[in-house]
Design a protein. Sequence first.
Lengths: 565, 347
Amino acid sequence: MGNDQEKQQSPSRPYPWILPSIEDWPIYKISQERDLLIEQVIDETLDHILKKNPTEKDIQVELAKAVYLEKIRVERPWKTDAPDEKTFWNSVKNALVRLESHADNKIDEEKAILRRIIHRYAHEIVGNFNKGTYQFAERFVPFAFNRLLNASHSRAFIRLFGNKKDLLKSVHLVGEIDQVRALAQKGTIVVVPTHSSNIDSITVGWGISAIGLPAMFYGAGLNLFSVRFLAYFMNRLGAYRVDRRKKNAIYLEALKTFSTQVIAKGGHSLFFPGGTRSRSNVVESQLKLGLLGTALEAQRRLILEAQEKPFTKIFVVPVTMNYGFVLEAKELIDEHLKNVGKERYFVPSDKYSSSYKILKFMYRFFTADADFTIAYGKCMDIFGNPVDMEGNSYDNNGNIIDIRDYFRSHGQLTNDNQRDSVYTKMLSEAIVVAFKKNTVALPENVVAFAAFKIFQKKHHNSDLYSVLRMAEEFRELDRAELREGVKSLIKELQRLQNKEEIRVDPIVLAEDLDTLIDYAIKKLGVYHPKRPLIKMRNGNIKCQDMKLLLFYQNRLEGYGLEKHV
Amino acid sequence: MSEQHPVGVIGAGSFGTAVANLLAENNAVYLYSRRQDYVAEMQNTRMSAGQKLHEQVIPTHDIAHVARQCYVLFPIVSSDGFKDTIRTMAPFLRPDHILIHGTKGLALKKKGLEKLKEKSRIAGKNVLTMSQLIRRESVVVRIGCLAGPNLAREIASGFPAATVIASRFDEVIQEGHRLLTSHRFQVYGSHDIVGVELAGVLKNILAIGSGAVSGLGLGENARALFITKGWAEIIKLSEVLGADVKSFLGLAGIGDIIATCSSPASRNYSVGYRLAKGEKIADIRASMDEVAEGINTIRIANGLANFHGIHCPIIKTLYQGIFEDLNVETGIEYLMRSRKSMDVEFL
């Protein structure tokens, strides 16, 4: 795309910091008052829950539900869980039982129990930001990665990017980087990336710092904290803990309150709106509305406080993480296929839970020489409208919008939770569209897509599962056939890219077809025990793992491309 | 607070005028027409579409003024002119406007309606309801629709009636309720705006068919068969477009069907009736003051059924009857071919 940027000024820092001094970073300032923040989160959460549950009976029901769910959860503890979990929830339960036998006014005691629970959750959620650790990580991470990359250099990998490798050459940053940088100085930004791999937590953080943005409040899955060395950094880099196992209303309220508070205080934030890694590798189309809603609530608060005076604007930055290689692909696609058609409750696992495993994982990732692109989409306001470099919002007809109007009724700024919930859905719809537009079609995806669709067409009478279980002798592709498929696919991709409906990796468009196919086959799932595609002696292509092929081709689903293979 | 703000009705056809008069019982109302001469006529005669205008109704030609003065607007124009109307208004609209439309039609994102043939295929994602069109063409998000058994003539005569206001926003439903409710008019709410819109739109197909059944003198059993089975086709089509089946059981669904499929007062019904009596569609269209929405709707429904592979013999037969000069006997024979299927398959 025309305004894409791939700046490579200095090897470790292509973009200067927008705020050179860490003391000026919002996350630093907010973290200086961590205790106050926690107190505010507790008070506000309590307040919200009491408003939603006006009677004594309501509170009792809410508490009972929380205790019930938490008692089930603590039966299968994770390493990150506090050692006194069982004791705590037993004591809460006992306190509730004691209250049952009281006949008179229990509301104060119920409130006290509620407060105890919120207090525990708030302390668990809120992370910290440590300047020293950040500076160390900032220097150490690229250094370590570069060492890893250069250590692997002696291996005979095909390279298209020249010999000297560093992190920046292996990771491509494309998209509206200048706009993101500009708006991070004009307002508060909320970065919402797609989620494919466990490694996203590291790469996205790196991607943020590489474009010169300060560290962000970042909602990280609790399972990541189980890796001790990661936890050390994450605890100090602004990560806050999101525990997907806790589905009770009290926890969710505390989490949302915290997020709203930091965004409203000007803390740039990041969370994965898909909630979990995309199992099928299809770009997320259903987003979790909870944390997205906090960005909206923060904006409403800022506007209602400012009334007609200037207010801080919140900008949403959709980001796509595009990997030609996902280490846990096999496990993800298996889970996906198992769950298709069944609305089964999915128990998240805490795999990759040791430092060794995650280090090995990272090492493999960065030495695998896989393509990896972070694409920054056009920024939008909290309602999904496009914004310019100044942060002005525009409607479909190119007129500037005063976003305060969204919160007005009959000319007055008002508070309407139901209205906000619809706005949040609108925002999530806009993010889904942006994800699709900013997905990068990598050589691996393109070739996998063409190959899979050819298999499917040859067996058009079979359903997906039969195609996946095809016997080996049917899993061979004529090279000329694949070349034709890839050729017409690229033509359509180019057309879509011209309409800004997708991004296409430059290699896809630059290389001649045979080079491209060989390149993709070589790279496709380079570290999987069984590569999805291999070249045969006679020049034909064979698929060794249909499920993995499906995984990598899925990235290009939803664009109507199947008609073009 | 809001009582001070006037309400706007965009479009002074028979239903627009009836709604303006209903609204005028509680508020000052601007009644907009794009035709300046018609506005002058309304001002002089205090009549519009055969109805006497309430004293609180102010006819106007100034869309900018209406948009600036009113927070709530009711666009009630034919679906043919709907897009142009919204485009004319768009520069004056803001996110704090509420638009509640009363138009029973569909629009296409790409192709023009005229290009549609019997075998044309239309994907659901390329069909827009009027609320989706408003969203696409303007900055307004608080959008609602008005649907139900609301024959304009009966409302104008002051007969009791009820309507559904559907919107994703409670605020819109509440506003509609506050503005329209009176001793002779009840307002119900729904969050399924797409379902309510589609029920209101697609039932016009059956109104045409029902008129044809009457015109042919086939009797009430045939009419009931036709409506019930046609309704099942419509529900299947609507599900593809994201509607909730429940809406088809409410006022905008069954309610509207009962009113339109048995009333010679309905424009769509009379189209079917006259077709059955041997008139040509072009002549019927030329003789009507206002558009019978059902004619265009049949084209779109037919294209949708083709694309999504939904078996819709009733819609197909109607399409052929209107656009392909299918003779009546063949049509009936086609419909009466025995089908070994279960009665209710859509729930």
